[in-house]
Design a protein around this ligand. Structure first.
Ligand code: N01
Length: 497
């Protein structure tokens, strides 16, 4: 073991979630926190997603911590570099950088009942023990290549959107982009500026809404800096606007038709060619897959050097992409904007709880947790962006902060109370999930399209079926009636309180 005694808290991952958790724990008086990060720098998804055009499609006023407002955002929707600078600054300002150990790839977590401690094992270092663990490694951290035959056969350059090769010069190159999701619609407009040709391989068109991105002038920044409450008001207005969107995005309502009508109008205004419009028109309810926010994608697709290919891909060949009608599209580079391996059914590393139970086995039919953060039989283990905490219409950071507050309160209770652990009751978890799954049945995500939100048999372990405000309310306080408090005294050991 590299530490003499157990840590109070081990946090896995130094992205928005891990940094935020470390900050709030320290502010709550829990100082003995170490963040284990597999990379050599902080930032998580914003460190990894540096493809050209990478930006957040949620306004920065809302895609930031409420406890670390930033009056300096340069534009409505900031780019990945600016968001990364923000994370760096927040971590430095709150004194958590020296709490991070880099180059630490966790390979497993095991709970020891007698001591009430977790052991974290690592790829190359000695194990570490901790009383509480926060899994903040993020659902979108492992890039996924598509299950298309021949992916390994391609002789040219292959680049995934989340592992961009900045040394590759696209100037004059023939490029294929596979995928048309949130990443692709940001990449394609940048590639058409440089490459000789860009062929975009679309399997399913998405609903695209215009994104009006304005620079924040010096006057507005001055107001945010100097007028108390101005930035809070801006955030509240964005928040309210996004909450209203839930009515058309989370559930299939007449407002969904309005969202679709706006997207259709946007398509009509930006694309003259009726056949291309038809190819770009989705056949599922808006919101079922993530809405795409961009005003640059459709114009880019119509650039002279761009082409949309809608024939299904048969295989990747050494020289390019073969589609089912028999054409081989020969290219120098394939950009895979094909998303991430999302742990909807398993865990990124083995997690062994009470009595040797293995979380991946319990989640083999689909992940589930109590209020997205805790799982029965895994005491003092918490997840950020755990099961059913995904937003479809509002800032992920609102959901994240609510989870961090809950986790901080629970860990604070254990530390202050001198308890061994909190273990959520199975019946509380099951009741919570029965309700979530019932509510999910009425949402657009479960209305028939295929997306990364669902397992192959249609189970939704990803999204929260409601307003962000409902999610925040559900996380507002730790209800001890839903937990078993495990204490050390022999007489009370494993007592049910
Ligand atoms: O990935 P995706 P992404 N053959 O899974 C296609 C977040 N994000 O990286 O739709 C052919 O959405 C697939 O086709 P289909 C955000 O949460 C946020 O774009 O499955 N095509 C799809 O078009 C987002 O939801 C921002 O038919 C294949 C694409 O690849 C999440 O990241 C920006 C295929 C994958 O789309 C993931 O977005 C960017 C195959 N075998 C991303 N397999 C913000 O601005 C997959 N595809 C905050």
């Amino acid at each position: 073991m590299s530490t003499d005694g157990p840590l109070a808290v081990a946090v896995i991952g130094a992205g928005f979630a891990g940094i935020g958790a470390a900050i709030r724990l320290r502010q709550a008086g829990v100082e003995d926190v170490t963040v284990f990060e597999r990379d050599t720098r902080i930032g998580g998804t914003w460190r990894d997603n540096t493809y050209p055009g990478a930006a957040c499609d949620i306004p920065s006023q809302l895609y930031s911590y409420s406890f670390a407002r930033n009056p300096e955002w340069s534009q409505t929707y900031s780019g990945s570099a600016e968001i990364l600078d923000y994370i760096d600054k927040v971590a430095a300002d709150h004194g958590v950088i020296d709490r991070i150990e880099f180059g630490r790839t966790v390979t497993g977590l095991t709970y020891d009942v007698p001591t009430g401690e977790w052991t974290l094992t690592f790829a190359e270092q000695e194990p570490v023990r901790a009383r509480s663990v926060i899994v903040a490694s993020g659902p979108l951290s492992t890039p996924a290549l598509p299950d298309i035959p021949g992916v390994a056969d391609f002789a040219g350059t292959a680049i995934h959107s989340a592992a961009w090769d900045h040394d590759y010069d696209f100037t004059g190159k023939k490029v294929a982009v596979i995928g048309t999701g949130a990443s692709a619609v940001q990449i394609v407009p940048e590639l058409v500026k440089r490459a000789a040709s860009v062929k975009v391989f679309q399997r399913t068109p998405g609903w695209v809404l215009p994104r009006v991105n304005l620079e924040t002038g010096e006057f507005a920044k001055g107001v945010y800096r100097r007028v108390p409450g101005a930035q809070r008001l801006a955030r509240a207005l964005w928040y309210g606007g996004h909450e209203t969107m839930a009515l058309g995005v989370v559930w299939d309502t007449p407002l969904t038709r309005v969202v679709e009508a706006i997207a259709r109008l946007h398509l009509r205004l930006q694309v003259r060619d009726p056949w291309l419009r038809r190819q770009l028109t989705p056949d599922f309810s808006a919101g079922c897959k993530r809405l795409l926010m961009t005003s640059d994608y459709y114009p880019a697709l119509q650039a002279k050097n761009a082409k949309l290919v809608t024939w299904p891909i048969a295989r990747i060949a050494p020289k390019g992409v073969r589609t089912v009608e028999g054409i081989e599209h020969q290219v120098d580079c394939i950009v895979y904007a094909t998303g991430f391996a999302v742990a909807k059914q398993g865990t990124p590393y083995p997690v062994t709880g009470v009595d040797g139970r293995v979380l991946a086995d319990e989640w083999s039919g689909g992940a589930q947790a109590y209020r997205s953060v805790a799982v029965s039989g895994y005491p003092n283990l918490y997840f950020t962006f755990g099961p059913n905490s995904g937003p479809g219409h509002n800032s992920a950071l609102v959901y994240l902060e609510a989870q961090i507050e809950f986790i901080t309160e629970a860990i604070g209770m254990v530390e202050r109370g001198g308890w061994k652990a909190l273990d959520v009751r199975r019946e509380a978890q099951e009741a919570f999930n029965a309700d979530i799954q019932k509510r999910l049945r009425r949402t657009t995500w479960n209305s028939g399209c295929q997306s990364w939100y669902l397992t192959s048999d249609g189970y939704n372990a990803t999204m929260f079926p409601g307003f962000a405000t409902q999610f925040v309310n559900q996380m507002r306080r730790v209800d001890l009636r839903d937990f078993r408090i495990l204490v050390d005294e022999p007489a009370l050991s494993a007592a049910t309180v």
